[in-house]
Design a protein around this ligand. Structure first.
Ligand code: GDP
Ligand code: IMO
Ligand code: MG
Length: 449
């Protein structure tokens, strides 16, 4: 089937990178369609671990085109450092293509994201502080800088000046505030500089910023392309194109747990906008979910565990963020949320990852409904923020398993309890589970039919 979307079914970090790398074998083209370097996608091959933030997870296949679509926001510094890392590792980036229409994360976006989070204090979203929200905001305000602008100094200068104009006040206040903070801490009180602001100058020097970005343009130019056309050509030739989502359904700006979401649309439907193809170009949707649930950052999480079992899952699953290193919150599988994700994305197939992590955890639980604080039973994922925030999960308990399943490669190798757990999930959400992850490595999978 030519157009295949891979989408996160929970709150991110489900193992999309690994499954994309795996399914890429039958594709010619892999396209990231949204998000930026808030994403962290891990692939483990032959014992070597690769972490990608912007580069599509097909890059280890040297014969595939890897595309950063128009829907992605690109921090050119991060992209170039990823490219350098790949080159050092001897991995070819000859087939990397970057949409000329993708928007850039500029240094002031990173500053504003960080400042916004700091200002909100304990009410913060817990963003990755990579400038994602401010970059998408500028895109919507028509103040965005696009990849193609890196190729024309005059246009770039005009556009950066226009983008900075409405931010001057905020950036000035930020500079003053940082100075005060440093003074209070007994540090030097000269105006904030790039050195004191994590490499980003709060009083941007337009000339220097333009120069810097033109040099990024020179380096990226060989990869800049009309990537929508590239997808059309592949699809029209009957080739398989994988559209790789970042983040996940419950972090979707429209359908997730707003405002505790990211600033783009990870759901499968957004692949058309973020890559430039039509809805009928999508033939297959794969949802990726962990065998339990994790979340990084703030926001509702009805099945969250605050006990030793939660800690055991975090430790056994190494649940620490790929991008920020933050400890992830962990909880039981949430089938109310998963069924919601199945419908929103109209998934055909599920991959359930990290089943191995549940070994030795004891009886397994899966949320099958929520209960509101007034006592009402909620069979569906509630659209009302206040209801969701105070909802508690009600569970079905299933037998656990203690066996080490990391060497299992077929369904009959799995313990009966693990098979029953998978069958329960699949039946509840009405979608076949076709891949089961039993370890981080690409060969640590069980394929089900
Ligand atoms: P992504 O953002 O969805 O690509 O996922 P991340 O890479 O952020 O997080 C998933 C983590 O789980 C990574 O460290 C993977 O190497 C690891 N992983 C993926 N699948 C499995 C699995 O089946 N079992 C185990 N134990 N780890 C896995
Ligand atoms: P991958 O692709 C998990 C979360 C952040 C925060 C919220 C908003 O690796 O699954 P943002 O920086 O996007 O404005 O932060 O979204 N978040 C992720 N959580 N995995 C991710 O990506 C995420 N990208 C963003 O923690 O709660
Ligand atoms: Mg991740």
């Amino acid at each position: 089937m030519p157009g295949v979307v891979i989408v996160g079914a929970q709150w991110g970090d489900e193992g999309k990178g690994k499954i994309t790398d795996l399914l890429a074998e039958r594709a010619t083209t892999i396209v990231r369609y949204q998000g930026g370097n808030n994403a962290g996608h891990t692939i483990v091959r032959d014992g070597e671990e690769f972490k990608f933030h912007l580069i599509p997870s097909g890059i280890l296949h040297s014969d595939k085109a890897c595309v950063i679509g128009n829907g992605v926001v690109i921090d050119p510094r991060v992209l170039l450092s990823e490219i350098d890392g790949l080159k050092r590792a001897g991995i070819s980036i000859a087939n990397l293509r970057i949409s000329a229409n993708a928007h850039l994360i500029m240094p002031y976006h990173v500053l504003l994201d960080t400042a916004g989070e700091t200002k909100l204090g304990k009410n913060s979203i817990g963003t990755t502080r990579r400038g994602i929200g401010p970059a998408y905001a500028d895109k919507a305000l028509r103040l965005g800088i696009r990849v193609q602008d890196l190729l024309d100094e005059k246009i770039l200068r005009v556009k950066i000046r226009a983008a900075l104009e409405p931010k001057q006040q905020a950036l000035r206040e930020l500079s003053v505030q940082r100075r005060k903070e440093r003074k209070a801490a007994g540090e030097e009180t000269k105006p904030a500089t790039a050195d004191t602001m994590g490499g980003i100058d709060p009083r941007p020097d337009l000339h220097a910023m333009v120069e810097e970005h033109i040099s990024y343009g020179h380096r990226l130019e060989p990869h800049i392309a009309d990537t929508a056309k590239l997808c059309w050509d592949a699809l029209d030739s009957g080739e398989t194109v994988i559209f790789e989502g970042a983040q996940a359904t419950l972090l979707d700006l429209d359908h997730g747990t707003y405002p505790f979401v990211t600033s783009s649309n990870p759901i499968a439907g957004a692949a058309t906008v973020g890559a430039g193809v039509g809805p009928t170009d999508i033939n297959e949707v794969w949802g990726i979910a962990k065998a339990y649930t994790t979340r990084v950052g703030a926001g509702p999480f009805p099945t969250e565990l605050h006990d030793d079992v939660g800690e055991q899952i975090i430790e056994q699953g190494h649940e620490y963020g790929t991008t920020t290193g933050r400890k992830r919150r962990a909880g039981w599988m949430d089938l109310v949320g998963l069924r919601y994700a199945v419908r929103l994305n109209r998934m055909d197939s599920l991959a359930i990852t990290k089943l191995d992590v549940l070994s030795g955890v004891g009886p397994l639980r899966a949320a099958v409904r929520y209960r509101s604080k007034e006592g009402a039973i909620l069979e569906e994922f509630p659209y009302h923020q206040s209801i969701l925030h105070s909802a508690t999960a009600e569970y079905e308990e299933l037998p656990g398993f203690d066996d080490d399943i990391t060497s299992c490669r077929s369904a009959r190798d799995l313990p009966a309890a693990a098979r029953d757990y998978l069958a329960f999930i699949s039946e509840f959400v009405g979608v076949p589970i076709k891949i089961v992850g039993v370890g981080p490595s690409r060969d640590q999978v069980v394929l089900l039919d």
